[in-house]
Design a protein around this ligand. Sequence first.
Ligand SMILES: *Cc1c(COP(=O)(O)O)cnc(C)c1O
Length: 219
Amino acid sequence: MDTLDLIKRNAEKLLKQIPENVTLLAAAKTRSNEEVQAAFDAGIRCFGHNYVQEAQAMLPGLPFRADWHMIGHLQRNKAGAAVELFDVLETLDSARLARELEKQCARLNKIMPVLIEINSGREENKDGVLPEDVDALAEALREFPHLKLSGFMTMGPLTGDPELSRPYFQTTARIYEQYRLKDDAIRFLSMGMSHSYKAAIEEGANLVRIGTLLFGPRN
Ligand SMILES: *Cc1c(COP(=O)(O)O)cnc(C)c1O
């Protein structure tokens, strides 16, 4: 079977498997326009990129509209391009970045949904804010009228075993639930990847980010 047929088959299978209230985001890093198109043709409407440059190279050439999420670490000097390209930013992790994004969104007159990335595993070299620092960043966001806090994202430590990810998913889900109760705009809990999306959904994820299971192994 050729790659594009395989992607369509994988996409259809995943869309059938995943509950209706859960959004399947296709993690498009390193993939070609044709591969992304195949996922779209099979019904996927939400995509993610890790790098602003990669999105810049791909998005203008695509003949369809979909929701594009920034899922990689965002540098402040890429904030302007990011707010032009993306519909949702999943990796907000500092007030300094928020300040720059606010400036860029104001320039475009665009209200940008943002998720706070949580370093749920408290890993030294990981992006994201520690669970106890979420409130301070959320509070800082209230100063920025063009940024709309819309949920939370976590990676968690990369382990081969999805069961080991559950505590990190639970930490993030608890924060999401607290915020959702007091704010209707909170709607995304983004966690789980190819090997862990089932556990993530069981722990409350309503947005799962899948690359390998959909497109095949990355080279
Ligand atoms: C690549 C990536 C994914 C998807 O990973 P797979 O294991 O290929 O499913 C999810 N989230 C982020 C942030 C990624 O960079």
